[in-house]
Design a protein. Structure first.
Ligand code: SF4
Length: 235
C-alpha cells in the first residue's frame, strides 16, 4: 500500500471520528490500568458500569489488597473472567506497592511485567496516561487494518502493530488507535460492515469483495424471480 492511500485512510477516519478517544472511564494512570485489565474479552460499556462503584470503593493499590480476594471478586463479578482478573489486580497492586511506591510505572517494559498486563494494555496505558505514542491493537484495530489492507490477513497482532507503526506517522499513533477503534466499533463492524456507504470502499479490498458478492446474489435473485414469473405466465 502506498503512502498516499495510507494518508487517504487516516484523513478519512479522522473526518469520520474527529472526537475518538479512550471510552474507558478513568481519572488517573492507576484507574486506567485497572479498567484496561478488566476490559479483556469484555465491552468498555460493562467495564464502565462496574468501575463507577469500584473506583469509589478502591482508590489506591493498598485498598485493593486490604480486602479478601472473594470480596474483590464479588465487586467485579459482572465482568467476564472476574476470578482471574481479581487475582491479577491484587497481585499487581502488591507489586506496585513493593516496587513502585504505589505508582503505575510509565515504562512499557515494566508495565508488561505486571500480572494481567499484556502488550495491548501497556500500550493503552503509556499512550493515554503518559503521552507516549503507541498503537494498541485490539479486535477492532486488527479487523479494520486487515480489511483495509494496512496489514496482511495472516499477520499476528504484533505484526499488525508493527505494520501500523511503520505506515502511520509516530505523532498520529495514539489518535489513530482511537479512530480505528471507533471506525471498527461504529462503522466497519465485525458482522455487518457498512460497505455500501463507506467512504473507503474505493481502497478497501474486503469492501469490494463484499459488494461484488452481494451484487452476484442480487443478480441471481433477479434471474430466479424472472424465471418464476415466466413459469406462472406460461402455466
Ligand atoms: S468498505 Fe466495508 S469492509 Fe471496507 S472499510 Fe468500509 S465498511 Fe469496512
Amino acid at each position: 500500500m502506498n503512502a498516499t492511500t495510507v494518508r487517504h485512510i487516516l484523513d478519512t477516519i479522522a473526518n469520520m471520528f474527529p472526537d475518538a478517544h479512550c471510552e474507558l472511564n478513568h481519572s488517573n494512570a492507576f484507574e486506567l490500568t485497572i479498567a484496561v485489565l478488566l476490559s479483556a474479552q469484555c465491552t468498555d460499556e460493562t467495564v464502565n458500569k462496574v468501575t463507577v462503584d469500584l473506583f469509589q470503593k478502591y482508590k489506591t493499590p493498598e485498598d485493593y489488597i486490604a480486602v479478601p480476594l472473594e470480596e474483590l471478586e464479588q465487586d467485579i463479578r459482572r465482568i467476564g473472567l472476574y476470578r482471574n482478573k481479581a487475582k491479577h489486580i491484587q497481585n499487581m497492586c502488591r507489586i506496585l506497592i513493593e516496587q513502585y511506591e504505589g505508582e503505575v510505572p510509565s515504562e512499557h517494559d515494566r508495565l508488561v511485567q505486571l500480572p494481567g498486563v499484556g502488550r495491548k494494555t501497556a500500550n493503552v496505558v503509556v499512550s493515554n496516561a503518559f503521552g507516549v505514542p503507541a498503537i494498541a491493537v485490539d479486535t477492532h484495530v486488527e479487523r479494520v487494518s486487515k480489511r483495509l489492507g494496512l496489514a496482511g490477513w495472516k499477520d499476528s497482532v504484533l505484526e499488525v502493530e508493527k505494520k501500523l507503526m511503520k505506515r502511520v506517522p509516530m505523532d498520529e499513533w495514539t489518535l489513530t488507535h482511537h479512530r480505528l477503534i471507533f471506525f471498527g466499533r461504529y462503522h466497519c463492524k465485525a458482522q455487518s460492515p457498512k460497505c455500501q456507504v463507506c467512504p473507503l470502499l474505493d481502497v478497501c479490498r474486503e469492501g469490494k469483495k463484499r459488494m461484488k458478492t452481494s451484487q452476484i446474489r442480487k443478480d441471481k435473485e433477479r434471474k430466479s424471480s424472472a424465471l418464476n414469473q415466466n413459469k406462472i405466465v406460461n402455466e
